[in-house]
Design a protein around this ligand. Structure first.
Ligand code: TYD
Ligand code: MG
Length: 484
């Protein structure tokens, strides 16, 4: 009998080591190595034809002759397998037009964000449209799923539900139902007998996913894997999974707000630039066609400490309100608290404002946040964050019909951003009359519109800003003081 192989597998990065270490030599994570035992390779090899021969080696890796031959590129029909529309426009947009048959998709996100809801909605919709869909849940009972489905519109009664946590138990149903879409909720609860370690460990997740993916590929089914995210925002354990799957989607948002953003981290069949916007309602997830309007709905236009920025989420411009509150620090080191913005970015902007403009922020507490539970990562938000902070400190409100965009450098210079025309158009569409923009962008825009023989956008005036101090001057001149 072949000897059992024992490795120590890092639960953070998936690296394998022959010996135990207190700290993973690969990723530096402490106490992340867990001993894992692999069954002798004879068992899995016997079940799957074409998998590695017991002896290993290159011969075992190569698919048996006759199954797949080289073809000339010109002879390959790219449209051989048309995409399956999910029925959710926002999801289709992110996928690049729908599911590709035979593809594996990983949907990650925080617990409670709505992954199961989205998956059930899509699976149920496809079942209602007459497709064979299998929904496998290792997290909820069949009754719970039924209860949830009754709240969602358009979930077809033909959806096949299976509550199982063993990969081996899926083989039968997969063969009999021949589903075109299989949902696994979640990959961390699924385990295979081929590996002895507990469900959710890196080895289990990797092996189970690999087996499922191979089965799905063989039957040309779409496999949608749901995965949880750990505290620090990594897809739990399975960095390894990212290599195995074709598409990685993340579902994010603030659980206490209704907005949810669906992003692509990786997509073998489309762009990773697209973003889907949903809102969580009492009856499931709804697509949001005009996110800017939602984000700006509750804006207080008169109070200082607020500035709107036209962000670019993928190819879609989106207006988001950024807020700041500056208050004298009563004692000791001033507090700097952020929500939805990066701490480091805000700290940097505070330092730049302090040194490069007349805004004095020493011994002031600063609180900064993005409204609506949005998470802002784009550097183009710098100028708006700086203006919101300056606005609160100087007690001068940014005029309600003015937005700002631009990246700020350490010298206080305002740097160029991409796709200014799309941002300005979105701002104009929502009634903004003025947009503070990097001077370099303004120059290009003017040159471009001159070439076309028309003037600048008549609805939204672009105000060129070279340095952060200039923006502060503009605010002092045109900003409104607090009423009352
Ligand atoms: P869920 O899909 O279970 O999250 P995940 O699978 O990512 O852990 O979403 C759960 C949350 O969504 C829960 O807090 C309730 C809320 N919800 C609604 O607001 N409306 C609905 O119609 C449904 C089904 C859930
Ligand atoms: Mg769930």
């Amino acid at each position: 009998m072949a000897r059992r192989r024992t490795v120590h597998c890092c639960q953070a990065c998936g690296a394998q080591h022959p010996r135990w270490h207190g700290r993973c030599p690969d990723c530096g994570e402490w106490e992340s190595l867990v001993e894992e035992t692999f069954a002798p390779p004879v068992a899995p090899a016997a079940t799957a034809p074409g998998s590695r021969a017991p002896g290993g080696g290159l011969a075992g890796l190569v698919t048996p002759v006759g199954e797949e031959k080289p073809r000339r590129l010109a002879e390959i029909d790219a449209d051989a397998s048309p995409r399956i529309r999910s029925g959710e426009g926002e999801l289709d947009r992110v996928l690049g037009g729908g599911f590709v048959p035979g593809s594996v998709i990983l949907l990650g996100g925080d617990p409670g964000i709505g992954k199961s809801t989205l998956a059930l909605q899509v699976a149920g919709g496809l079942a209602a449209a007459g497709r064979s869909v299998l929904y496998v849940s290792g997290e909820e009972s069949a009754e719970q799923i039924r209860l949830r489905a009754s709240r969602l519109p358009g979930v077809g009664g033909g959806l096949q539900v299976l509550t199982s946590t063993r990969v081996e138990a899926l083989a039968g149903p997969l063969r009999e139902l021949a589903p075109s879409v299989v949902v696994i909720d979640s990959i961390q609860t699924i385990q295979t007998d081929a590996i002895e370690s507990a469900a959710g460990s890196v080895a289990q997740v990797r092996e189970s996913a690999a087996q499922l993916a191979a089965t799905a590929k063989r039957s040309n089914a779409v496999l949608l894997l749901i995965g949880h995210v750990t505290k620090d925002g990594q897809l739990a354990g399975p960095r390894v999974l990212e290599h195995l799957v074709d598409v990685v989607l993340t579902f994010e948002g603030d659980r206490h707000h209704a907005f949810r953003l669906l992003r692509t981290v990786k997509n073998r069949f489309g762009s990773t630039q697209e973003v889907g916007v949903f809102s969580m309602a009492g009856h499931g997830l709804e697509a949001v066609g005009n996110p800017s309007e939602l984000f700006l709905e509750e804006r207080s236009t008169r109070a200082p400490g607020s500035c709107v920025v036209p962000l670019l989420e993928g190819s879609r411009p989106m207006l988001v309100e950024l807020q700041a509150l500056v208050a004298p620090a009563p004692y000791g080191t001033p507090r700097r608290t952020t929500l939805g913005l990066e701490d480091a970015r805000v700290a940097l902007l505070l330092a730049v404002l302090d040194r490069r403009s007349r805004v004095d922020l020493l011994s002031q507490d600063v609180y900064a946040k993005a409204a609506g539970g949005v998470r802002v990562a784009e550097p183009a938000a710098d100028l708006a964050i700086a203006l919101a902070i300056a606005s609160s400190r100087l007690d001068r409100a940014v005029p309600p019909d003015t937005a700002a965009v631009g990246e700020i450098g350490l010298g206080g210079e305002v740097r160029r951003v991409a796709r200014l025309d799309a941002r300005a158009a979105e701002a104009a569409r929502l009634g903004f009359r003025r947009l503070l923009v990097p001077e370099a962008c303004h120059r290009e825009q003017v040159a471009r519109t001159k070439g076309r023989g028309s003037g600048a956008d008549p609805d939204c005036e672009l105000v060129p800003i070279r340095e952060v101090a200039e923006a502060v001057d503009w605010l002092e001149r045109y900003g409104g003081s607090e009423p009352g």
